[in-house]
Design a protein around this ligand. Structure first.
Ligand code: PMP
Length: 372
């Protein structure tokens, strides 16, 4: 029997409109039309590291202000370049294999919980796994704890995966202060930071803000990798569009393709004319998505508080990005599914994209009935 009010909050990491439909970003549609009409383009092979204009733009999107800072700073030796990859997963895999096969790294740390594919991707890239002791398991309301003691155990040189923003699955990002503490531990333990940036812009609506942790590490002089996915922020899920940004202090160790920030005057990152025009539209489209999610967080919290649902629901609006850990336990989550047909994970995780103005009150009421 079909249950009229069923709500799917277990959906994967894909944006849905307030009508629950997939959305092709208008800026992407416009670009596709322009490409289809451009007879000067061809389908020739690309260089081994991919399309330079694309990977430069991707790297610039991540590090842009840091690049200027670095240019002004004395450390003119920081280099960054991008490698075009098959979406964010491909960037993680290429980076992991390089670190394991070329640099001989064997141990990687991940946060607990983390995106389920991190372990698989790194283990297929010849790594042994280890739980992340830097950002530990978060408290019942999933506030990041900063840096707990366990970090003592990290073997020197191990790789640590860091969610650049919008931590998946908890929606809890470290504060600026906690990032500083994390950076200190990483420096002390000589770990290699490997950022995973799957939600730049999608989290706060601001591309610059969502990459601030990565730029902080670059400013602090760390060498790092950053896997970039353009699935969410450009809505390009099936196109597998990604980039691996490499930041290195070793001029000699970098290949000839490297873009040197100290050569800023050469304008190596100069964006093409169409991109300049499309950037504000792109940012607008990103804000449409992030604002809808933020609005749903506010509405859900308000509805829960209006019902006087027992407990503190402020974490719903404090969390960021696509996912939310509701704080419901396994039994409660199963009750949501069986009794109310609100489909969600046993861990209490919901995808905010599944919430719409027409189902948010129903979901709040189901939570209320579940916890009372
Ligand atoms: N990292 C995280 C944290 C993610 O949530 C995702 C997608 N769900 C990815 C990486 C990779 O995404 P994709 O390969 O589709 O770009």
């Amino acid at each position: 029997m079909l249950f009229e009010q069923k709500v799917n909050l277990g959906v994967g990491a894909a944006y849905r409109t307030s009508e629950g439909k997939p959305w092709v970003l208008p800026v992407v549609r416009a670009a596709e039309k322009a490409l289809a009409n451009d007879d000067t383009l061809n389908k020739e092979y690309l260089p081994v590291l991919g399309m330079e204009a694309f990977s430069n733009a991707a790297t610039r999107m991540l590090l842009v202000r840091t690049a200027q800072l670095l240019f002004k700073a004395e450390s003119g030796h920081v280099l960054a370049f991008g490698v075009q990859t098959l979406s964010g997963t491909g960037a993680l895999r290429v980076g992991a294999e390089f670190l394991a096969r070329i640099l001989g790294k064997t141990v990687f740390y991940y946060s607990n919980p983390t995106w389920e594919n991190h372990k698989l991707v790194f283990k297929n890239g010849q790594f042994l796994e280890a739980e992340n002791t830097v950002i530990g398991r978060q408290d019942p309301r999933f506030r990041p704890r900063g840096v707990p003691r366990g970090s003592q155990k990290c073997p020197e040189g191990a790789v640590i995966i860091l969610h650049a923003c919008a931590h998946n699955p908890t929606g809890c990002d470290p504060t600026e202060d906690q990032w500083k503490q994390i950076a200190e531990v990483i420096r002390e333990k000589k770990l290699f930071p490997f950022f995973d940036s799957a939600y730049q812009g999608f989290a706060s609506g601001d591309l610059i803000r969502d990459a601030s942790a990565v730029r902080y590490f670059v400013q602090e002089g760390f060498e790092l990798f950053c896997a970039q996915s353009f699935a969410k922020n450009f809505g390009l899920y099936n196109e597998r569009t990604g980039n691996l940004t490499v930041v290195s202090n070793n001029r000699a160790g970098c290949c000839s393709k490297v873009t040197d920030y100290s050569d800023h005057q050469r304008n190596v990152f100069k964006p093409s004319e169409p991109w300049r025009k499309d950037r504000p539209r792109m940012c607008d489209n990103i804000r449409t998505m992030s604002s809808r999610i933020i609005e749903m967080r506010t509405k859900l919290r308000e509805a829960l508080e209006n019902l006087q649902t027992p407990g503190d629901w402020s974490h719903i609006t404090k969390q960021i990005g696509m996912f939310s850990y509701t704080g419901l336990n396994e039994i409660q989550s199963l009750n949501m599914v069986k009794k109310h047909h609100v489909y969600m994970l046993r861990s209490g995780r919901i995808s905010m994209c599944g919430l719409t103005p027409s189902n948010v009150d129903y979901v709040a009421k189901a939570i209320y009935e579940t916890v009372t």
